[in-house]
Ligand binder design. Structure first.
Ligand code: RIB
Length: 320
């Protein structure tokens, strides 16, 4: 399958269980040191949250998306719900907590585009999975997508429902936490960055052979395929066929926020269309390369036509 061809099938349906945050984005010359007072360049409130970003990432690549999450009964919650609906995402299962504010993330973006993020979960901690309703939404879906910004017991519950329904699970265990032994074999695709891969595998994951070894160690726990994102170095994909390094194109980074979420959304949509893992990874890399040239989380996620018009990344190579 090529990088540019049209979808193989009908748009895939994807159910995302995850977080929604209002991102308070501060542009700063550099991250302040302890005790330092710094003049920032700008401040903006922009829609974010790993779950919502990934939902938008899937939707802008053509998938039909259903979002399960929880916001507060406040203006931020209304704005985040509206933002998803503008992307055509079904929010019927988006819950509202009466006792907690909408999740908030303080995102500090330095001049080189790197970010530092602190999340206060708020209403995200109150999401509750309705197993019967989720099973109905998963009927005919290509993937359940989840992350770890909502309570782990609810994520595990959702993964169990998907597994029993025969729906594949794509998990992004971020912020990284240990994964219960029983869950590993219920995950089809694990998408993780190199720092998280090192932490979860207990192995160094600095150079490419180390990343491949860490990914293989994670795959040996029962996952069908593992994709490790490496920022400017691209990604490593490991499945039954072995390990491949996919380089990324060189771009000028403005803001790296949501690059991983954008990658994941494009990957999930492409896999859901029936594309091969390497084709899906290349589309994810192209989408993320565009994302980091734009500010903000959800505002930076590209539409499908922009991804298909973007330059092809260099060819992938086999890793030992
Ligand atoms: O992955 C980026 C996201 O992490 C931000 O949008 C922020 O809300 C945090 O969840």
């Amino acid at each position: 399958m090529s990088d540019t061809a049209s979808p193989l099938r009908l748009p895939p349906a994807i159910v995302v269980v995850g977080s929604l945050n209002m991102d308070l984005v501060l542009r700063v010359p550099h991250a302040p040191a302890a005790g330092e007072t710094l003049l920032g360049r700008s401040i903006a409130s922009l829609p974010g949250g790993k779950g919502a970003n990934q939902a938008v990432g899937c939707a802008r690549q053509g998938a039909r998306v259903h979002m399960v999450g929880c916001v507060g009964a406040d203006a931020h919650g209304q704005a985040l719900r509206r933002a998803l609906e503008l992307d055509g995402i079904d929010t019927a299962a988006l819950q509202t907590a009466d006792t907690a504010p909408t999740g908030t993330a303080l995102v500090m973006v330095e001049d080189d585009g790197q970010n530092r993020i602190v999340v206060v979960p708020g209403a995200n901690d109150f999401v509750r999975i309705d197993a019967a309703a989720l099973a109905r939404h998963l009927d005919g879906a290509a993937f359940l997508v989840a992350q770890f910004e909502t309570p782990l017991d609810q994520v595990a519950l959702a993964i169990g429902v998907a597994h029993r329904a025969g729906c594949k699970v794509l998990l992004n265990p971020s912020p990284v936490q240990a994964i219960d032994d029983a869950l590993w074999s219920q995950i089809d695709t694990l998408v993780i960055n190199e720092v998280e891969a090192g932490a979860l595998s207990g192995r160094p994951a600095d150079d490419l052979p180390q990343v491949a070894a860490a990914a293989r160690a994670l795959r040996a726990r029962g996952v069908a395929r593992v994709v490790v994102t490496l920022g400017a170095r691209g990604a490593v994909a490991v499945d039954a066929a072995g390990a491949r390094h996919h380089p990324a194109p060189v771009v000028d980074a403005v803001d790296t926020t949501a690059a991983g979420d954008t990658f994941l959304g494009a990957l999930a949509a492409a896999l859901g269309e029936g594309r091969a893992l390497d084709d899906a990874v290349r589309l994810g890399i192209r989408a993320a390369a565009i994302c980091i040239t734009r500010p903000g989380a959800q505002p930076s996620i590209p539409m499908r036509d922009a991804v298909l018009r973007s330059p092809l990344p260099p060819a992938w190579t086999l890793l030992p």
